[in-house]
Design a protein around this ligand. Structure first.
Ligand SMILES: [Zn+2]
Length: 71
């Protein structure tokens, strides 16, 4: 947990970590998932799925990565 995550958790409670773990970046090539929390980020009280441009740490594919919530 980094400083920002610690601060936001202190502010909003443990739901921040739980929700941030449900959100993950998904590779469009190999479907590798990486949770927002594990990348040091926070996603809380959000529901829109977005696509980002980035590099997949699993297969090295550079391109679209979906930010999706797992149910
Ligand atoms: Zn990949």
């Amino acid at each position: 947990m980094n400083r920002t995550q610690r601060f936001v958790t202190w502010l909003f409670g443990p739901g921040v970590e739980r929700e941030s773990r449900e959100w993950a970046y998904e590779c469009s090539q190999c479907s590798h998932r990486e949770s927002v929390w594990d990348t040091g980020g926070i996603r809380y009280k959000a529901n829109a799925e977005k696509s980002y441009f980035g590099r997949c740490p699993a297969c090295g594919h550079v391109g679209k990565r979906w930010l999706r919530r797992s149910l």
